[in-house]
Write a protein that binds this ligand. Structure first.
Ligand code: ZN
Length: 139
């Protein structure tokens, strides 16, 4: 397979590893937003979160919390932390293998999320009820 993260898992491409167990590996993002920017990936390939085994899904957040705590304790500048998964190309996923970003944050670090035009639409409440219903019936 031509997946760059699978190659990292197999050791075919080097990485700056911070953690590894039987299911996961965590390593430094090579284009860090801030110092201490780590990627946590399941070893078994899946492009999307929906393709992950339940067992892996249940482990990823506890592991992310553990690594996030280590980053906070490490002395790296970190006043807050983003836990981010971009699920799908349209959502900003650049490597098609699930990865969770741990991004240390501090005030005025220049990293920000942009909101779309019309973000504070006054008709939002009615629309929210309709959309919530759409989601509830989809379970
Ligand atoms: Zn992969």
């Amino acid at each position: 397979m031509d997946c760059i993260f699978c190659k990292i898992v197999k050791g075919e491409i080097p990485c700056y590893k911070v953690y590894e167990d039987e299911d996961f590996i965590a390593f430094m993002d090579i284009n860090p937003i801030n110092n201490g920017h780590v990627l946590v990936i399941p070893k078994k390939h899946s492009e999307l979160v929906s393709g992950l085994d339940k067992n892996i899904l249940s482990k990823i957040m506890p592991l992310a919390e553990k690594i996030g705590s280590a980053i906070r304790k490490s002395g790296i500048k970190c006043e807050g932390m983003n836990f981010e998964i971009f699920d799908g190309k349209t959502a900003g996923q650049e490597v098609p293998h699930v990865h969770l970003h741990l991004i240390p944050r501090f005030s005025e670090d220049g990293y920000e999320h942009k909101y779309p035009a019309g973000y504070c639409d006054p008709n939002t409440r009615e629309r929210l009820e309709k959309i919530a219903e759409q989601i509830r019936i989809a379970f």
